[in-house]
Design a protein around this ligand. Structure first.
Ligand SMILES: C[S@@+](CC[C@H](N)C(=O)[O-])C[C@H]1O[C@@H](n2cnc3c(N)ncnc32)[C@H](O)[C@@H]1O
Length: 278
């Protein structure tokens, strides 16, 4: 099935009645959009976003560093590791340089499946789906906890007998320890062949600890889905069973920095890394 047909079957045009978008409680996709300077957010999102900025102003630097890391990691995977397939879970609202744009700029035949569980992201899926004609770009409305369904649906676009990069940027902190996020990552990695990759970025609790702790508490007091920042060791656990690409799990701006990236001495409470399944 062509990707557009698959998309139509998964996301009919009228899939998102306004009632599904809850404007009464903050949603991380919309809060993140506000921090990035986007317009797809509501008063309740802006209120909690400002509260977090008040206790942790560096969140604005951190979200930009995360987008820059996305760009560097995806470019590395396409240009240096030869990856042509991406499963990007926790896609977010469209911003500059989404995964398919970075990948297909370097290799137009790249195939990308996006997954998110936010109805507003779903409503913007069409905007995300403008990929290169040579490649494929598709979108799935699913929860990261539903690994079986994600893999089954993604297999309609991605060839799981070839390497796939599993991209989990700024999403694992939306999964509390009680839901065992490391087990979810392990199941995703078990489904991909050797030579596949894992990309993770994750807020840190052991950098700027008191500010981060206060900002997380402030967010969690108001939002229905709590966030969990983790330690360096906690983030490294997600990469168990992979060989870490140099320089390992580091503060995002220190992962293969480019000329325009944040000054290296900056202490950024956001870790990231890339691992290869041997
Ligand atoms: C902070 S944004 C990150 C967006 C993008 N990956 C980036 O790094 O720029 C987190 C995204 O994960 C999505 N998300 C949160 N929990 C999720 C879950 N359990 N399953 C799927 N998506 C989820 C949110 O809706 C949001 O779009």
């Amino acid at each position: 099935m062509a990707s557009q047909d698959w998309f139509e079957s998964v996301v009919p045009a009228d899939a998102v009645p306004a009632a599904d978008i809850d404007t009464g409680v903050p949603h991380i996709a919309r809060v993140y959009d506000y921090w990035l300077g986007g317009k797809d957010n509501f008063a309740v999102d802006r209120e909690v976003a400002e509260k977090v900025i008040g206790s942790f102003p560096d969140v604005l630097v951190s979200v930009r560093a995360q987008r820059a890391f996305l760009g560097r990691a995806v470019r590395y995977l396409v240009a240096e590791a030869g990856i042509r397939q991406f499963l990007d879970i926790g896609t977010g609202l469209p911003a500059a340089d989404n995964t398919h744009e970075v990948a297909q700029r370097a290799a137009p035949e790249s195939r990308v499946v996006y997954v998110d569980n936010d109805p507003l992201v779903l409503a913007h899926a069409r905007a995300l789906l403008v990929g290169s004609p040579e490649g494929a770009t598709a979108y799935l409305d699913a929860d990261l906890r539903d690994v079986g369904r994600i893999l089954a649906e993604a297999a309609r676009i991605l060839d799981f007998s070839e390497p796939v990069a599993v991209v989990l940027l700024g999403v694992l902190h939306c999964i509390p320890d009680a839901d065992d996020p490391a087990a979810l990552v392990a199941r995703l990695l078990a489904a991909v062949v050797p030579g596949s990759y894992l990309v993770v970025s994750h807020p840190a609790i052991d950098v700027a600890t008191s500010q981060m702790g206060e900002s997380m508490r402030g967010y969690n007091e108001q939002a229905p889905v709590p966030l969990t920042a983790r330690t360096h060791a906690g983030v490294c656990r997600f990469f168990e069973g992979t060989d870490l690409v140099e320089p390992g799990v580091v503060q995002l701006h220190r992962w293969r920095p480019g000329a325009d990236d944040l000054e290296l001495g900056h202490e950024l409470a956001n870790y990231g890394g890339v691992g290869r399944k041997p």
